[in-house]
Design a protein around this ligand. Structure first.
Ligand code: DGL
Length: 267
């Protein structure tokens, strides 16, 4: 069944992309959104490029059936591996999280020493490094995979000794490298912003790629003149490929409010 005429489609490997939906909803309160969490196949961050590309194509297909006008790839790993393919194959604007995050890092860094943290896949892809250096080849980029941040955020262990010890261990190298800006290159990391900030100390800017992406979505909607007509109440629809109840329970923290109904889709 199609959603509101021409919603914004957002997909992620699971709950994490709700951090992006939250920001997009704040920027564009009149827009209807259909969100797909691929909870049957999560995590993407440990999978190969070919597998993530295959999953991303399937997710995009489900959202296209719902009559979307623009596709947002909220998952950093899927953006890193599959954005070019989606842009080639789809006849609509496709926005990923890597370019907006990279651009914001460029604006924030003064000493041109930038850290990027993400899943093993995002870091292995080198996409953040390549994108940042295509904007300014003089920026040095240091990347680090921080896989334990994902389960910590999902468990709700976002403050206290355990996440702080994990953050300090992962980010000890960054402290030695005089980095002034770190890109939170994973959907889950905004929930750990405070402990990451504590671990790296004051004076390091943390770039939230979810926030940067929401601004990019606003810009595209305005530039293409495809904003929803006012007058119709917007809807937010949630789809998952497995375990709707768990998605609603864990996702609440990522979205910052109750999720309500979640529909299961088989693909
Ligand atoms: N959504 C993923 C990302 O931003 C994190 C979770 C996963 O590995 O699927 O890369």
């Amino acid at each position: 069944m199609p959603v509101e005429p021409k919603a914004i489609g957002i997909f992620d490997s699971g709950v994490g992309g709700l951090t992006v939906l939250r920001r997009v909803g704040e920027c564009l309160p009149n827009e209807s959104i259909v969100y797909l969490g691929d909870t049957a196949r999560v995590p993407y961050g440990t999978k190969s490029a070919d597998t993530v590309i295959r999953y991303a194509r399937a997710c995009a297909g489900i959202l296209l059936e719902r009559g979307i006008k623009i596709l947002v790839v909220a998952c950093n790993t899927a953006s890193a591996y599959a954005l070019d393919m989606l842009r080639d194959e789809l006849d609509m604007p496709v926005i990923g999280v890597v370019e907006p995050g990279a651009l914001e890092a460029l604006h924030q860094t003064h000493n041109k020493r930038v850290g990027v943290i993400g899943t093993a896949g995002t870091v292995a892809s080198g996409q953040y490094t390549d994108t940042i250096q295509s904007l300014d080849p003089n920026i040095e980029v240091f990347s680090k995979a921080c896989p334990l941040f994902v389960p910590l955020a999902e468990e709700g262990w976002t403050d206290g000794e355990v996440p702080l010890a994990v953050a300090r261990t992962y980010l000890a190298d960054f402290a030695l490298r005089d980095i002034d800006t770190i890109v939170l290159g994973c959907t889950h990391y905004p929930l750990l912003k405070e402990v990451i900030g504590q671990a790296v100390g004051e004076g390091v800017v943390l770039v939230d790629s979810a926030e940067a992406t929401a601004h990019a979505v606003c810009d595209v909607v305005a530039a293409m003149d495809i904003a929803a007509a006012s007058g119709r109440p917007p809807s937010h629809q949630f789809l998952v490929s497995d375990a709707p109840d768990g998605f609603a329970r864990i996702g609440r923290r990522f979205l910052g409010r109750d999720i309500g109904e979640v529909d299961w889709v088989d693909f």
